[in-house]
Ligand binder design. Structure first.
Ligand code: ITT
Length: 201
């Protein structure tokens, strides 16, 4: 089976994508490659950050690879936390440096939305694949809304407060198979897989 490097340090993403590509590609994360550098992601769009992560591995380690950058975009917050999703509770106003980052991120979103009826949001994932120096982009979006309080123990990040449109359970109340049938990342990955199948097989 062909090996493909996923330029991520996020174990949850790796588990999700490995399951999505099971039987087709042997997806290898940075840790397994012995790469423990903190890859910079200092741009202001998901596209640029995903490209930066993938290019970093391609240029420094000569490996074909892909990277994912994902953001939660909330309408009434002008698309925040967006590209700042990972460290939302550590940046801007207010900050919660003393809290676990995920808990702080969720708390900040809920506080900023407090009293607002418009809770529309979406997860957007951008995957960039670098194959022999060429760059390819794949996007996945799922629309939904932000709940009043966290619910569910599965998933990661903002999953406990994200209610996908047409469902009555948050991503964190779904098991991984169910999330993987509808998620932003699954949509982007299915485009990646179609591309790999058409272009290379
Ligand atoms: P890598 O850059 O190493 O891939 P990361 O955790 O920094 O990992 P991102 O910058 O793409 O990844 O993700 C931003 C944050 O958005 C992430 O830390 C989570 O808090 C959140 N996030 C990403 N995908 C998510 C998902 O499927 N469900 C819930 N939250 C998610």
């Amino acid at each position: 089976m062909e090996e493909i490097v996923f330029a991520t340090n996020n174990e949850h993403k790796l588990i999700e994508i490995r399951k999505l590509l099971k039987g087709r590609y042997n997806v290898v994360g940075l840790k397994e490659k012995g790469i423990d550098e903190d890859i910079p992601e200092d741009h202001f769009t998901l596209e640029e950050n995903a490209l930066q992560k993938a290019m970093f591995i391609y240029e420094n380690y000569g490996q074909n690879c892909f990277a994912d950058d994902t953001g939660l975009e909330i309408d009434i917050l002008d698309g925040e936390p967006g590209v700042f999703s990972a460290r939302y509770s550590m940046t801007g106003d207010p900050v919660y440096p003393e809290m676990d980052t995920t808990k702080g991120n969720i708390r900040k979103v809920l506080e900023k939305l407090s009293g607002h009826d418009n809770r529309r949001a979406r997860f957007r994932s951008v995957i960039v694949l670098i194959r022999d120096g060429k760059k390819f982009y794949f996007e996945g979006i799922i629309e939904g809304s932000i709940t009043a309080s966290p619910s569910g123990d599965d998933g990661f990040g903002y999953d406990p407060i994200f209610l996908p449109e047409g469902y009555d359970r948050t991503f964190a109340e779904m098991d991984l198979d169910e999330k993987n049938r509808i998620s932003h990342r699954a949509i982007a990955v299915s485009k990646l897989v179609d591309f790999l199948n058409k272009a290379y097989h």
